[in-house]
Design a protein around this ligand. Structure first.
Ligand SMILES: [Zn+2]
Length: 197
């Protein structure tokens, strides 16, 4: 693993902490986790498209960084006392430096889901790694659904799809540019929303 290059964070506000606690208590599954993504987007000021996922994490008192990781290693979240002291924040989310920007953004949103739904705030430490070929447990499926809905909210996605479809020859590339996610994430989202390409 290489050196962590990180962006300085600032302190979160207690309002966002309240929102996170509500989301934790609402027991979302992969089927309805889109509601949690909607709620979080309504609560943050970083909700315009493309969603500024780094600023959103900084608002939640996380340090976000890139690191040289193995090829199949997308990123990780680490919450513990020494990480907290080192980065003066709640924890760190690091993503693979070699991944494209869309992939990096998706990994950050995926790790955010683990922080909201799988981390127990009563425990001091939490670690979760995200690899390309992870077994698709309910937690992983929920994290991916949350990330897709956070970065590509359905209303905005459908509106944008309808507008690019009229004039663009490459719908997937245009949507990927607009939402700053990978082409693969766009095609998956189009399938979920039954949109033809
Ligand atoms: Zn995961």
């Amino acid at each position: 693993m290489g050196r962590i290059i990180y962006i300085k964070n600032w302190r979160s506000n207690s309002y966002m902490e309240e929102v996170l606690n509500e989301l934790r208590n609402e027991n979302y599954s992969s089927k309805d986790v889109y509601k949690a993504a909607d709620k979080l987007l309504r609560s943050t000021k970083y909700n315009t498209i493309p969603v500024d996922i780094v600023k959103l994490l900084q608002e939640l008192d996380f340090t976000v960084g890139t690191q040289i990781l193995d090829d199949d290693f997308c990123g990780y979240i680490a919450i513990d006392k020494s990480t907290s002291e080192r980065f003066n924040s709640k924890g760190i989310i690091a993503v693979n430096k070699n991944d494209n920007i869309g992939h990096k953004r998706f990994t950050i949103a995926h790790e955010l889901a683990h922080y909201i739904f799988d981390y127990n705030p009563k425990n001091e430490s939490y670690y979760n790694t995200y690899k390309t070929n992870d077994v698709q447990t309910e937690e992983e499926i929920r994290a991916n659904k949350f990330a897709a809905n956070l970065l590509m909210p359905s209303n905005e996605f459908i509106d944008e799809y309808n507008s690019v479809r009229e004039c663009d020859t490459n719908i997937v590339a245009s949507l990927a540019e607009k939402f700053k996610v990978s082409a693969k994430a766009i095609t998956k989202r189009m399938e979920e929303l039954n949109l033809a390409y």
